[in-house]
Design a protein around this ligand. Structure first.
Ligand code: SER
Length: 880
């Protein structure tokens, strides 16, 4: 039975039983608690928790899943990283009995499995499930096994919905090991899990302890499609099925290693098949390789696959062909693979090119460290271990994911000092943190948090007003709460309401002034100190500021309008980037300041000048088209259903603010914006650069700052034109011509220098005297010591057999360079010893070898005498 048919029959079976077909969600989960989608139920979590109500009570999915827990097992008969999970779900509708009956019916009747080969496990305390299997479904009681929480209680491994489960196993038979009376509990190799039925009825905390009942009892089932195919196709391993088998064959043709050569190379081929497929799906869903989070998972499997390919003897690119094969194989059911193929290929190719450069160097280092560590083990008879500093260097310099380093070392029976590695990583992060602005210290935060308890959250009135009135609730001077602050003091203040925007969503906090009945203070910065609590950094300009004062607040309008221009421009830019580059170009960070913005986003390549110019010009066009900017509050779900962009990793409450620009950009955003895009006036991209692996940064200027930038550029151009005596339009061409002329002149000068040196060398060579058949030249040439050195070398080769000593003097120093041809060195003549005769006269010493030596000292006036002394030494040395 083909994999395709299994998928279809599963869906048809549950469709007949009134299940609504829900598409697979992305591998990037819409759930900050999860790194990657790892189960069919992920997208339904809000339904199970009762946070949202689905419009259907039964659903079925074929869900893309990715799990790294089993990565070390990949290569055996049944484990994978990426897989397709078939699932049927009930949201407060049918429960245990129906779920068990249907699962059994599908397996034994539709798929025709032999009931004698099936086993079930149930949670130890779940008598109900055990009875259903035995009495209602009719499973023989010897093949019903009760297991504990580790095996039969399912959770997402994070806080959330969970519950007891019951798993169905298939007995692969005697080729896979001895039978066990405990079935799956006795032999994991022989009995493979093919379906998990979760009775989702609890809500657990992060320690996976159930803390409450869910509002309803639900069903969540998951059956690995590849495992079903493995069993139904009677394949030897999961890699011999009609899907993964094709990828193994591709890996074999790439490496020239046929399957079945030996166990080690089979594992390598299977890793290539699994990882090649996994990386294709991850990248197609918008994951880009990096050193963090899901990007790290992608990088790790890519680099792991590359290493396996090299071990199998393939030196050239492997990943792109694995990608192509996956798209061919699975693009029919997953159109996103086809749509994003170019992107995935590009990502794979770049990552491979990048890692290939450092892989062999890194491996050589690691192997020598491993060798050294094993050596120590033999001496010390202790466990061999490679230091954390080595792992850190491999990570930092050669791009070895730590898990890869650990894996390679463990293949040699050597450990890695992981704690040492982590502490070096932490130190590196700490350095980065320190380089950033430090947040107010913990003591200060706790004083202000106490204020929050006393006063409740700060009401924000600044969307509509730049001026307002608020009561001063509390003042903190460092970690102390104070009642008043006097002239010159800097303190943090909390008001019951404020018109000042607190730093957030990339936008910097407002500046401005506050006036109290008895004083005035400047607002230097405004930050959110705790959710709902706004802290204002004040410097008292005159008089006093007291707790209890009613203060007049005024935001600096120029500062604020500069921020608003930049913030709206940021949204427009984000939209344009995604529109031009693709969905993956999402925001990774932003800074919105008066008049300027910085926008970091995910992308793997430089944009190039042409594209930057295009983007900049579209940005300006959208500014001038005067679209309306609207902001409104709504529920998170409604906002997402409108397609509003949420920034990954930001925490949103149930109520969110949506900012819309025209009819195109929609983002969840708490920032302040211009009401019409034309108020931005000017927006231009000024730079684009890389700030890390697959992270790019664009900077732009808006409003007056944009104009000032343009005016500055125009002035530079005008000045250049004046100097060149050219029209501004002709400046570039004139500079090009000048550069060409300059180059030409340099070339000619260099040629002349060479000629002159040649001439000089010839003249000197002619001046050499003959001493007992040896040519001797001792002369003064006031040139830089490097030039002397090369002249001595040239002369040596001209003279055939001889001694050359040249001297030069400059401001406060003199040098001698001496050379002796090889035949004389063999007779015992040494340039270094010859120079020693003059060193004292120069007030210095000599260094070098018998063939070539240099001496020098501060007494420039002694040069001629020193040359004379050296000449005498030469003559002595050459006496027969
Ligand atoms: N959530 C369960 C699992 O992933 C069943 O779908 O195994």
């Amino acid at each position: 039975m083909e994999t395709r048919a299994i998928r279809e029959q599963f869906l048809a079976f549950f469709e007949e039983r009134d299940h609504v077909r829900v598409p697979s969600s992305s591998l990037i989960p819409n759930d900050p608690a999860l790194l990657l989608t790892n189960a069919g139920m992920n997208q339904f979590k809000p339904y199970f928790l009762g946070e949202q109500t689905p419009s259907f009570a039964r659903a079925m999915t074929v869900q893309k899943c990715f799990r790294t827990v089993d990565i070390d097992e990949v290569g055996d008969s049944s484990h994978l990283t990426f897989f397709e999970m078939l699932g049927n779900f009930s949201f407060g509708d049918y429960y245990k009995e129906q779920a068990c009956l249907w699962a059994w019916e599908l397996l034994t009747e539709t798929f025709g499995m032999d009931a004698q080969q099936l086993w079930v496990t149930v949670y130890e305390g779940d008598d109900e499930a055990a009875e259903i299997w035995a009495d209602v479904v009719g499973v023989q009681s010897e093949r019903i096994v009760r297991l504990g929480k580790d095996d039969n209680f399912w959770s997402m491994d994070v806080a959330g919905p969970c519950g007891p489960d019951s798993e169905i196993f298939f007995d692969l038979g005697k080729d896979y090991g001895d039978p066990s009376p405990l079935g799956p509990a006795g032999n994991e190799e022989r009995y493979v899990e093919i379906w998990n039925l979760v009775f989702m009825e609890n809500d657990c905390d992060s320690a996976i302890e159930p803390v409450a009942d869910l509002p309803k009892k639900n069903i969540d089932t998951g059956s690995g499609l590849e495992r079903l195919a493995f069993v139904l196709q009677g394949a030897k391993t999961i890699f011999d099925t009609d899907t993964l088998g094709v990828l193994v064959a591709e890996a074999a043709s790439l490496t020239g290693v046929a399957p079945g050569r030996d166990e080690r190379s089979d594992i390598g081929l299977r890793i290539l098949a699994d990882h090649g497929r996994g990386l294709t799906f991850l990248a197609a869903d918008g994951v880009l390789p990096s050193n963090e989070g899901r990007g790290y998972v992608l990088r790790r499997i890519m680099r792991r696959a590359i290493r396996q390919a090299r071990l199998l003897g393939r030196d050239r690119l492997v990943l792109p062909r694995l990608v192509e094969a996956t798209v061919r194989l699975m693009g029919g059911f997953y159109p996103e693979l086809v749509a994003n193929k170019d992107l995935v290929l590009e990502v794979a190719e770049r990552e491979e090119a990048r890692f290939s450069e450092t892989l062999s160097q890194g491996l050589a280092q690691l192997e020598s460290e491993i060798g050294r560590a094993s050596g120590t083990r033999r001496e010390a008879k202790a466990g061999a271990r490679v230091g954390g500093d080595v792992a850190f260097k491999l990570h930092d310099t050669y791009g070895f994911p730590i898990d890869l380093t650990v894996e390679i070392a463990s293949e040699h029976g050597v450990d890695i000092d992981r704690a040492g590695f982590e502490s070096l990583m932490e130190a590196q992060r700490e350095r980065a943190r320190r380089a950033r602005r430090t947040a107010s210290d913990a003591g200060e935060r706790s004083v202000l948090a106490a204020m929050l308890d006393a006063s409740g959250p700060t009401e924000f009135l600044g969307y509509e007003h730049l001026e307002g009135e608020g009561e001063l609730i509390g003042l903190a001077d460092g970690a102390k709460s104070v009642a008043l602050a006097a002239e010159g003091q800097e303190v943090d203040a909390v008001f019951d309401s404020t018109v000042f925007y607190a730093e957030g969503g990339g936008q910097v906090g407002d500046m401005g002034t506050v006036k109290t009945p008895s004083g005035e203070a400047k607002v230097l910065d405004v930050r959110r100190l705790a959710p709902g609590l706004t802290g204002h950094r004040l410097r008292v300009l005159r008089g006093e500021v007291r707790v209890g004062d009613v203060v007049a607040q005024g935001v600096d309008p120029v500062y604020r309008s500069g921020c608003q221009r930049a913030h709206t421009a940021t949204h427009i830019l984000h939209w344009i980037l995604r529109d031009r580059l693709g969905e993956h170009a999402t925001q990774a960070g932003s800074l919105v300041e008066p008049g300027r913005l910085r926008f970091d986003f995910n992308h793997f390549d430089s944009l190039g000048d042409g594209l930057i110019a295009d983007i900049s010009s579209e940005l300006q066009d959208r500014v001038l088209s005067d679209d309306t900017v609207r902001a409104y509050e709504t529920s998170y779900d409604f906002a997402r259903s409108l397609g509003a962009m949420a920034i990954f990793g930001e925490k949103y409450g149930d109520f969110v603010r949506v900012v819309e620009v025209g009819d195109y950009s929609k983002e969840l955003c708490g920032g302040t914006h211009v009401p019409h895009t034309s108020q931005i006036a000017v927006a231009l991209v000024t730079s684009e650069s890389s700030i890390g692996a697959n992270l790019r940064r664009v900077e732009a200027l808006v409003g007056r700052d944009g104009l000032r930038f343009l005016a500055g550029r125009a002035a530079v151009l005008a000045r250049s034109a004046e100097l060149l005596k050219a029209n501004p339009e002709d400046v570039a061409e004139r500079v090009e011509r000048l550069l060409a002329t300059g180059k030409d002149m340099e070339r000619r000068l260099a040629a002349q220098d060479r000629d002159a040196a040649e001439f000089d060398a010839q003249a000197l060579a002619r001046a050499a005297a003959d001493v007992n058949g040896v040519r001797v030249l001792v002369a003064r040439r006031d040139a830089p010591v490097d030039a002397l050195r090369s002249l001595v070398q040239t002369l040596k080769s001209r003279l055939g057999s001889g001694v050359v000593v040249l001297g030069a003097a400059g401001e406060g120093h003199a040098n001698l360079v001496g050379g002796v041809t090889k035949d004389l060195v063999e007779r015992g003549v040494s340039a270094r010893e010859l120079l020693a005769a003059g060193s004292e006269t120069l007030g210095g010493g000599e260094g070098g070898k018998p063939e070539l030596a240099i001496s020098g000292g501060p007494r420039q006036e002694g040069l001629d005498a020193a040359l004379e002394q050296v000449r005498e030494a030469v003559l002595r040395a050459l006496e027969p």
